[in-house]
Design a protein around this ligand. Structure first.
Ligand code: GLU
Length: 283
């Protein structure tokens, strides 16, 4: 068994991250397996190096140990580009020149699990127009989801304790695989990383369950193995809302400063016991 914890270094880790990291770590260690850290730092404008160091220090404070050096998404851009080239050569992605405002202005943009569903404006551009606009217009690359689904058939994954679940990538529309401002989207990078790192069990928050619909499709298209998934309940504050990076009181740094013992907290979280004022909720 090989699991991972994949923080984005865009803020301090909080109790919700600790819960996720502890579950992933303990699952692997309990089975004599490996536990890796991945730093999801593909978003260069929001990632900060000091948060990388702080996150690793927080995990060490909890008593979590990991195998090898943390993997960095920023060091894997070549793998993302190669996957995109593969999909491009098969006609499964297309460049999209729309701005957020263009998409919002489109009357036919309903909402899906990951925001507005792209109305498909750039899907039908002629090759001539595409080539002309590619030369000087900012663009992202979108998956032609209908075409991709025609190649991949029925998609399922195994959810721990629940059996097989059907993936519904169509609900997301034509998702972005490479952003205007970043060489890969979360979906593409995370799917490739999990496969290349040899992750057998993805343990992460239930807020990401809809993303698994998309990841399952990318696995089929790129001939990658499908790990087993465990989407766990989310840590919520007294207001019943899930923790966000702005909830300073729940940050591991403030709990540490308040004199809490890290390994004791980790053992409590593993047993589903949360500090007063916090609870686990399924979205
Ligand atoms: N970096 C992602 C986050 O912070 C985690 C992605 C994942 O576990 O797949 O939410």
């Amino acid at each position: 068994m090989l699991t991972r914890f994949a923080p984005s270094p865009t803020g301090e880790l909080h109790l919700g991250h600790a819960y996720s990291a502890v579950l992933a770590h303990d699952a692997a260690r309990g089975a004599g397996g490996k536990f890796l850290i991945r730093i999801d730092d593909i978003d260069g404008s929001r990632s900060r190096e000091d948060y990388v160091g702080a996150s690793l220090a927080d995990l060490a404070w909890l008593g979590i140990d990991w195998d090898g050096d943390p993997v960095r998404q920023s060091a894997r851009l070549g793998a993302y580009a190669a996957a995109l080239d593969n999909l491009r050569a098969r006609g499964l992605v297309y460049p999209c020149f729309c701005t957020r405002a263009d998409i919002a202005a489109s009357l036919s943009a309903p909402h899906g699990p990951s925001g507005a569903i792209y109305p498909g404006t750039c899907r039908g551009l002629s090759e001539i127009e595409r080539t002309r606009r590619l030369a000087d217009e900012p663009h992202c690359w979108r998956l032609d989801t209908a075409r991709a689904l025609a190649e991949s058939g029925d998609l399922q994954w195994e959810e721990a304790g629940q059996g097989l679940r059907s993936a519904d990538p169509a609900a997301h529309g034509d998702i972005v695989l490479a952003r205007k401002d970043a060489p890969a989207s979360y979906h593409l990078a995370s799917t490739l990383d999990d496969a290349d790192m040899g992750v057998t069990h993805v343990v992460r928050g239930a807020d990401l369950i809809a993303s698994t619909d998309v990841h399952r499709l990318l696995q089929a298209l790129l001939d990658l193995p499908t790990p087993l998934y465990r989407h766990h309940a989310l840590v919520c504050g007294a207001d019943g809302k899930r923790l966000a990076k702005r909830d300073a009181a729940a940050s591991l740094a403030s709990l540490r400063a308040a004199g809490i013992d890290g390994p004791t907290l980790a053992a409590d979280l593993a047993a589903g016991r949360l500090p007063a004022g916090y609870s686990l909720q399924n979205p």
